[in-house]
Write a protein that binds this ligand. Structure first.
Ligand code: GLN
Length: 404
């Protein structure tokens, strides 16, 4: 890593530097310590060039919800780079740095990697320490790299992965040698193609590019078969219950007293203080999610919504467990469409949420998945292949990525 230039999503703490997660409410907050992943990269000699733009508190799919303004897609400046880690994806694709860090809660590494045209790896939940990273939805959050080659992903993952005594969700499991795993090839590997990932809303160009990549893997000796994950259709609904509930609990700490933005003027009571700081400090999308999340967690609704969502979450996990008895990995599209236009989905949150319909199921089950470039649309926009593995099978996922 010596001398390798890196971009870091504005959600990672670096001691002595401002960390704002794209939010006005954290303006002026300087991190008192560095995230474990930052310390690991720096101790290997990586150079952190700067902080990359993101949707506020990682909530979004387009990098349009940032207090600093939008990030554009390097392939077409009128289009979004994807999100929420859009700044990291765009910086890597535009050659501003060799690698970048992002976070993926429901798709925020894979979807921008797909829309901007680079590799992006979401590891298994717990494979990479989240210590020193601003929390979004704690039972979903993961951290991973963006790079321009699968080799670079392997090199960066080797440094990031592994147990950290500061994060009790990281098990003490050995980390395989990812670079040598890459060379394994796909001969005899069983690849499942989940039919639910090619349904309504997925454009024919995306289907063609993804099926083309899968055919290529077949020619290299992989055994390809269609599989079914029937509970896929519930994933977005589960996510948009569980995530806002956890987000609203995490964001309750931004009270204008302990972190960032404060208020100079006199107020009549604490409620007015909170109203002014949060009213001014949070953007619209965050307010929407905090209101929904607080409602979902209130007495009487918790069981009906949060608990129910947790139960349905199990159905999706069982779907994956079942197909992973028959196949070693799954290959599917990352996003239903190539990059959409700036502003196109801003007035329609539901349309924006559907951009993650194919990445969220993987997050429900905490599985590892990589987005790998697999073609271009007729309009010159990148299309990504999603390679999904069993828990802690990052090496198998990279092996497939390395065989494309
Ligand atoms: N786009 C999704 C959302 O808006 C996922 C975000 C993420 O993975 N951080 O919540």
């Amino acid at each position: 890593m010596s001398g390798i230039p890196f971009g870091i999503k504005d959600i990672f703490c670096i001691k002595g530097h401002e960390a704002t997660a794209g939010s006005r409410i954290l303006k002026g907050f300087k991190a008192p310590y560095s995230a474990t992943v930052i310390e690991r990269l720096q101790s290997e000699g990586a150079i952190i060039l700067g902080r990359t733009n993101m949707d506020e508190f990682a909530c979004g799919s387009s990098t349009e919800h940032s207090c600093y303004g939008v990030t554009r897609n390097p392939h077409d400046l009128e289009r979004v780079p994807g999100g929420s880690s859009g700044g990291s994806a765009a910086a890597v694709v535009d050659n501003m740095c060799l690698g970048a860090l992002g976070t993926d809660t429901g798709g925020s590494i894979r979807q921008p990697a797909s829309l901007s045209g680079c590799y992006g790896m979401k590891p298994t939940y717990g494979r990479v320490s989240r210590y020193g990273v601003i929390a979004m939805a704690s039972s979903w959050d993961t951290i991973g790299p963006f790079a321009r080659s699968v080799e670079d992903i392997a090199i960066i993952m080797q440094i990031l992965a592994g147990h950290d005594s500061h994060d009790s969700t990281t098990p003490n499991k050995p980390v395989p040698d990812y670079l040598s795993a890459l060379k394994g090839g796909v001969k005899g590997l069983k690849i499942g193609v989940p039919k639910e990932y090619f349904g309504e809303g997925v454009t024919s160009e995306v289907k063609t590019a993804v099926m083309g990549a899968i055919d290529g893997l077949k020619k290299k000796g992989a055994i390809v078969k269609e599989v079914s994950l029937p509970s896929t259709k519930y994933a977005v609904a589960i996510y948009y219950i569980s995530m806002p509930a956890e987000l609203s609990a995490n964001l309750a700490r931004y009270d204008g007293v302990r972190f960032g933005l404060g208020l100079d003027k006199a107020v009549k009571d604490l409620d007015e203080y909170y109203e002014l700081v949060r009213g001014n400090g949070f953007g619209d999308e965050i307010k929407r999610r905090v209101i929904i999340g607080t409602y979902l967690l209130s007495a009487g609704y918790y069981d009906a919504y949060y608990k129910k969502a947790q139960q349905v979450r199990t159905l999706i996990i069982e779907d994956f467990n079942r197909v992973f008895k028959e196949v070693d990995v799954l290959c599917a599209p990352v996003a239903p469409t190539p990059a959409f236009k700036l502003g196109e989905n801003l007035a329609n949150p539901l349309a924006m949420y559907m951009a993650d319909a194919l990445t969220i199921p993987v997050s429900v089950a905490g599985l590892p998945a990589m987005s790998a470039p697999c073609g271009m649309s007729s309009g010159g926009l990148p299309i990504g292949l999603q390679i999904i593995g069993r828990q802690f099978d990052e090496d198998v996922v990279m092996r497939v990525g390395g065989s494309l």
